[in-house]
Design a protein around this ligand. Structure first.
Ligand code: BGC
Length: 757
């Protein structure tokens, strides 16, 4: 993929249209505000072009009728459609004669701007400017503005409105679409199939032009378009302004029409300039708390800016009924479902910098506890087993047959839903981290403790007592490495299950969780006698699961070559990986990062070296773990390499399918690599702590991160030989340095030298 340019520090620039990269670029340039997302495809691209355009409302799902019945985010009608025509020639960046082109995304505020200098066949030189933002200050508002300036007299036609000729990639979710005129505004009401959601979009379009022209309106079953035609003289400019309200019945108060009206009323009172100023201010406040800076390495800086931008865009600031889907609100891959990607990879960024968004992620798991209970019961277990693929009810949307065998056409039984039980432990892990980083202990009584209680019950019932070995074991699971199915005693799963039981016992001891003594006794017994694969005393290696070391050892390329068909799932009994030691993604290494206090540096080093050449990184969740453990054991070069890998995953070529939406886990991993990895910062209940002196890749002159500890905004900066903490709150904060505790005064700084500068 041709490179995007980074103009430090905030502009991401595309210097030529890249129609062949349409899907990937629409992801890179997507905008969102936690409530809804809008893909970055150019205005003139028809909504019917598969995969380019897209608008998704968080928390709204639909099951379509017909052959393909995947439950997913419905793609909303396209309001980002504007066509410019000069002297009968329609503008299309991919085909028109352009003197210059620039598309830039301002990462500081989510303003997308495209400017082209177009030479028409009639000889007019027209400068077109397309701008848009999805309002961060007003949950259901977006704005578009299109400007046209010409150097000769011409006939200009601008066409714009709402185009409901949209589908998702595999299905059509809009059962019924109705347009109407409400005063000056266009209202589009759409119904989905199941559940029958009502979705609404409303816009009022304004044309600021030097003289009046004709206005025609075309309405058919799929579109409502207004077409303005007028003369534009040399040196003049025309401007089309388009505020849009987007609402769904699941969240709107009162009627959808009224909700849209209220949103538009606010937008119109402000106008473009004031609305944009408010939007910028909201973004500035987000960056104020979350910002990371790197000096001396622009590639690394771009990686973190881009990652943080999309994570801030996808964060659920306003509602605890929604969380962060694996591909954010920036695309429809993975159906808009929430996976462990949120709790383990994305969530810490919010817990450390945007506590309200973190609280909502936690709230989402509390709100979907009943779904998790139903899943556990349906599989014959107690407690709660969270959905592998979660949507609004918490019932699992993951099918038992995810793949087809491309050779025989048969469906392949897969076990993501029934066996990837670590998801429940991941939720509990995030809950504990939330309490530690934010100091919010109240949430335990607001449903948090109940989740832990049900999670502990689940693991206690899911373990098997094996009398001949005098221990509990966990059989038939899928660890993070999804290529090895039906394995016993996956180290990651068993260790995380034990952590869950210990967390439940800890909360019980502190009186925060009300379990009866029988439950607590059982958890204690299982936690004590649960087999967790330990490092081999000679080699330090942890066996990923029972029998893993007996598997065939061969280079990954060799395993890939044995794949019977390019579209065949690589794991399970039909794929070539299952019988080898090669794995899809970090598994033991992920454990060594998550429970890093429990393992020595030697163990981390030995396992990193063993598993690294055996990891295919066929999941975007994988490189971050290798960055983090490399940083933990002081391998700065590898940490840097894997940090770039994880932070640039959506900026590089990753194949069109995989680019429908941002890889939120990988982006969260980039932030983790910096904060937990290079800076070695941890937000503990007693205060911020450095687990070691920070580590700086060779080219970095400094790295700095903002965070919020227990409501107090702070920052930490590392330079070679020096760490500086900044306390931007009015209370002192105690930090634990490797050299001992120290206090950062209110509104003050603390400087600590280390090592040889
Ligand atoms: C990975 C999972 C991940 C999912 C969604 C899969 O390919 O193996 O670990 O949760 O994608 O990102």
């Amino acid at each position: 993929m041709p490179e995007l340019r980074f103009e430090p520090g905030w502009l991401l620039v595309e210097d030529a249209p890249e129609p062949a990269e349409q899907i990937a670029r629409s992801t890179v340039f997507a905008l969102a505000n936690g409530t809804f997302g809008l893909r970055g495809a150019p205005e003139e691209v028809p909504a019917s072009v598969q995969g380019a355009k897209g608008c998704y409302l968080n928390g709204v799902y639909d099951t379509p009728r017909g052959l393909l019945t995947e439950r997913e985010f419905p793609n909303l009608p396209d309001f980002a459609c504007v066509w410019v025509e000069i002297d009968g020639e329609r503008f299309d960046a991919a085909a028109s004669a352009l003197e210059s082109y620039r598309r830039e995304l301002d990462l500081s505020c989510g303003l997308l701007r495209r400017t082209v200098d177009w030479r028409t066949r009639s000889g007019v030189r027209a400068v077109l400017t397309f701008e848009r933002f999805v309002a961060m200050h007003d949950a259901n508002l977006a704005w578009l503005r299109v400007g046209v300036a010409v150097d000769r007299d011409c006939r200009l036609r601008l066409e714009s409105g709402i185009d409901a000729d949209v589908t998702n990639r595999w299905a059509d979710h809009l059962k019924e679409v109705r347009f109407s005129q409400v005063g000056e505004a266009i209202l589009c009401l759409a119904h989905t199939f199941d559940p029958g959601h009502q979705l609404a979009e409303m816009t009022v379009q304004f044309l600021a032009a030097p003289r009046a022209g004709e206005l025609e309106t075309t309405v058919d079953a799929k579109r409502y378009l207004e077409r303005y035609t007028f003369e534009l003289r040399a040196g003049e400019q025309a401007l089309l302004l388009k505020p849009v309200a987007v609402h769904a019945d699941r969240f709107a108060r009162g009627s959808l029409k009224e909700a849209c009206r209220a949103t538009l009323r606010r937008a119109l009172q402000d106008g473009w300039d004031r609305s944009l100023a408010r939007h910028r201010r909201s973004w500035a406040e987000l960056w104020e708390r979350s910002r990371v800076d790197i000096e001396g390495d622009d590639e690394a800086l771009l990686g973190i800016r881009f990652s943080q931008f999309h994570l801030l865009a996808a964060a659920p600031y306003r509602d605890a009924r929604v969380s962060v889907p694996a591909r954010g609100l920036q695309g429809q891959d993975y159906y808009g479902s929430v996976f462990w990607d949120c709790e383990i990879f994305v969530f810490p960024f919010y817990a450390y910098t945007q506590p309200q968004a973190a609280r909502n992620c936690v709230g989402y798991r509390i709100a979907t506890l009943d779904g998790a209970r139903r899943k556990a019961a349906s599989l014959g277990f107690e407690g709660a087993y969270y959905a592998w693929q979660s949507q609004e009810t918490g019932d699992d949307q993951c099918d038992r047959y995810v793949f087809n065998n491309p050779i025989t056409g048969e469906k392949i039984r897969s076990y993501f839903m029934d066996e990837q039980i670590h998801i429940t432990a991941d939720v509990v892990h995030a809950f504990r981290q939330y309490a530690e980083a934010t100091g919010d202990e109240r949430f335990w009584s607001e449903g948090g403790a109940e989740v832990v209680l049900e999670a502990a019950r689940f693991f206690a019932s899911r373990c098997t007592w094996v009398p001949e070995r005098n221990r509990y074991e966990i059989h038939r699971v899928l660890g993070p490495d999804e290529y090895h199915e039906n394995v016993d005693n996956n180290a990651f799963t068993n260790a995380m299950a034990r952590e869950t039981l210990l967390t439940a016992l800890d909360l019980h001891a502190r009186g925060l969780l009300r379990a009866d003594e029988r439950d607590a006794e059982r958890w204690r017994e299982v936690a004590e006698r649960l087999y967790v694969p330990e490092p081999d005393p000679d080699t330090g290696l942890i066996e990923q699961f029972d029998g893993y070391f007996a598997l065939r050892d061969e280079p990954i390329e060799q395993t890939n070559r044995r794949l019977a068909h390019p579209d065949l799932h690589k794991g399970g009994p039909l794929g070539p990986f299952q019988e080898t030691r090669n794995i899809k993604q970090a598994d033991v290494v992920m454990l060594l990062y998550l429970l890093r206090d429990r393992y020595s540096a030697e163990v981390k080093r030995a396992n990193w070296e063993f598993y690294e050449p055996r990891t295919a990184h066929d999941s975007s969740l994988s490189p971050m773990a290798y960055a983090l453990v490399a940083a933990d054991v002081g391998r700065t070069d590898w940490a840097h390499r894997y940090y770039l890998y994880t932070s640039h995953i959506d900026l590089g070529a990753y194949g069109p399918h995989w680019n429908h939406g941002v890889h939120t886990a990988s982006l969260g991993g980039a932030w983790l690599a910096i904060v937990h990895g290079f800076l070695r910062l941890r937000l503990a209940p007693e205060g911020p702590r450095l687990d070691g002196w920070p580590l700086l890749p060779e080219s970095w002159r400094a790295v700095e991160a903002r965070f919020v500890w227990h409501g107090r905004p702070m920052g930490v900066r590392a330079e070679p030989g020096r760490v500086v903490f900044e306390n931007r709150s009015s209370e002192p904060v105690c930090v634990a340095l490797p050299s001992g505790p120290a206090e950062v005064p209110p509104q003050g700084r603390l400087e600590a030298p280390f090592g040889v500068p």
